[in-house]
Design a protein around this ligand. Structure first.
Ligand code: ARG
Length: 560
């Protein structure tokens, strides 16, 4: 049950609606004072009385009932105490009946949200730098779906640009079909790196690359076939990783998809008087907004990344009629998105306000920085593999008799990589460390998974949770109930802030509270009444932890 809503319904304050009251109800820092508090400072102006007096009057006007056990006024706040046994009963019955749907809602019904994430570049390495956009975007996708929205996952492939001319040139000079078939993306990257090295002393190579690129654009059969082959190889390689990470897309429309959709964009810009000539190029001048110009066409007539993004935004609006369109892209592209949104605004698209750049920080590896240009790349696949392998070693050592060790190690290892990228506030730069993400006692998915395994073991020993009642619950039990009951609201908050880290942190907090309860309170050895309630509480905790991890794309092994 939604306690805030229940309280708001009981309140009758002139001119203040129920929804506003719900949003005003806060959690007091100290639960001794109350479980919810209504600050009355805002009302002072309206009613021309002191907040303290208003709080007292409100408190007097609200009768207690079977849920709200006490209402009091303290220093301008109205404090509400909820009956703890009632709270526990309500919460458990909700979790245990809703199960994997606990926390879901229909707040997003009828709203389509486009989420542009991962957006890999064809024939370029899929490296650790792509981890955040991939897992952050995927989690936002799952979260939107869970809250009733219709998400559209878009992989805006980087499949257009002069680099493909370079690659064809390099392949024709030094590559072989067998090597590339076998080596996949890595073989392509080697060719690419070699091209750059050789081009340093051989200017002609760049001309050659340009002419191959031109051939792709003109539809030359051989060049297009090579390009398509590179694309296929890349997608085959990245799909392996998407599968491991449980990442899904509804659209793979990348940059080249907009080849034939930019004409109308340029016409519209022209018509609206937004295009200017500058050194042969066509630009939208953004000086008045404190930004460098957005280049639309280069002097040789070629379109740019931004041009394609303008076309893509128009296409998405037309195709999906989105409520919001999110771009999960590193903060290095802040300026690009500011320019993009501004140009669309200047074009008179009132929906440009619905475009959101969900920016995130950099991930680097503890072992040392990487440099794509020099070819020392940290492939995401290697990071995941290494995590799985380390998880396997740790699990085998801790619990040698475990069956399905490989399966479990995969769930634990993959989870650790995802959680490592999602645990911190997304804008923060992070350093990825294998030891840190695989620490059983740290703030990690492994810790949460281990807590789940503990709960599973309690439940399998305790048998089916049958009827339970909540009577005079103890503080440890109450803390757990309270945390579990906060889950649905936490999810709305995480969605509003585009911040899956809130879910990750919640899972760690809940696991810690459960473990405290587990060590302080007897479960299986308790008398029947307490035992039943504690088993139900264990089951509800497990369900909530599973639901939280699932929204991050992380599974939970039965045992570990
Ligand atoms: N492929 C680009 C990159 O790796 C990211 C694309 C992001 N999406 C977009 N619509 N611009 O930098």
């Amino acid at each position: 049950m939604d306690f805030k809503r229940h309280i708001a319904k009981k309140l009758n304050i002139e001119g203040i609606g129920e929804d506003e009251l719900v949003s005003m109800l806060a959690l007091p820092p100290n639960t001794e004072m109350g479980d919810f508090a209504l600050p009355c400072f805002k009302f002072a102006k309206i009613f021309r009385k002191s907040p303290a007096l208003i709080a007292e009057e409100i408190a007097k006007s609200v009768p207690a009932d079977e849920f709200v056990s006490e209402v009091s006024a303290v220093n301008g706040y109205v404090n509400f105490k909820i009956d703890r046994d009632f709270w526990a009963k309500e919460t458990l019955s909700r979790v245990l009946s809703e199960k994997e749907r606990y926390g879901s809602s229909d707040e997003g019904t009828g709203k389509t949200v486009c989420i542009d994430y991962s957006s890999v570049n064809i024939a370029k390495p899929f490296h650790i730098g792509h981890l955040s956009t991939t897992v952050l975007g995927s989690s936002l996708y799952k979260l939107h779906k869970f809250l009733g929205y219709t998400p559209v996952g878009i992989n805006h492939l980087g499949d257009y640009g002069t680099q493909f001319g370079k690659l064809i040139s390099a392949f024709k000079r030094w590559g072989s079909r067998e090597d590339v078939e076998k080596g996949g993306l890595r073989a392509l990257n080697e060719l690419y790196v070699r091209f750059h090295r050789e081009a340093e002393s051989n200017e002609a190579l760049n001309d050659e690359a340009r002419s191959y690129f031109k051939k792709i654009e003109e539809g030359d059969k051989e060049s297009v076939a090579l390009f398509e082959w590179f694309k296929e190889l890349t997608l085959k390689d990245v799909s392996k990783i998407y599968k491991l990470l449980d990442v899904h897309f509804d659209s793979w429309a990348g940059e080249s998809f907009y080849n034939d959709k930019m004409g109308p964009v340029i016409e519209e810009l022209e018509e609206k008087g937004l295009l200017k000539e500058s050194e042969g190029a066509k630009i939208v001048d953004l000086e008045a907004y404190g930004m460098p110009p957005c280049i639309i066409l280069r002097s040789d007539g070629a379109s740019l990344y931004a041009t394609r993004d303008i076309a893509a935004a128009l296409y998405r609006k037309q195709t999906y009629d989105f409520y919001k369109c999110l771009y999960v892209v590193a903060y290095q592209q802040n300026l690009h998105f500011k320019q993009l949104f501004k140009v669309l605004e200047l074009m008179g698209k009132e929906w440009s306000k619905d475009l959101v750049h969900v920016a995130y920080g950099m991930v680097s590896l503890e072992e040392g920085a990487m440099s794509t240009r020099k070819g020392n790349v940290v492939y995401l696949e290697d990071v995941i593999d290494k995590c799985i392998q380390k998880a396997y070693e740790i699990i085998s050592e801790k619990n040698p008799s475990l069956s399905d060790k490989e399966e479990i190690a995969r769930t634990v290892g993959v989870g650790a990589v995802i959680f490592g990228a999602l645990y911190n506030n997304k804008i923060k730069d992070i350093t990825f460390s294998y030891d840190k993400v695989l620490n059983f006692e740290g703030e990690t998915s492994v810790y949460v998974q281990y807590t789940c395994a503990r709960a599973n073991s309690v439940l399998s020993k305790g048998g089916e949770v049958s009827a339970y009642e909540a009577k005079d619950i103890c503080p440890q039990e109450f803390e757990l109930v309270k945390k579990i009951s906060e889950f649905p609201e936490l999810l709305s908050d995480a969605l509003e802030k585009y911040e899956p880290s809130l879910i990750a942190r919640y899972a760690v907090d809940l696991a810690q509270i459960y473990n405290k309860f587990y060590f302080d309170c007897k479960i299986l050895g308790a008398e029947e009444k307490d035992k039943n309630f504690r088993l139900a509480l264990t089951s509800a905790t497990l369900q909530t932890l599973k639901n939280a991890l699932a929204l991050l794309g992380i599974g939970v092994p039965e045992k570990m």
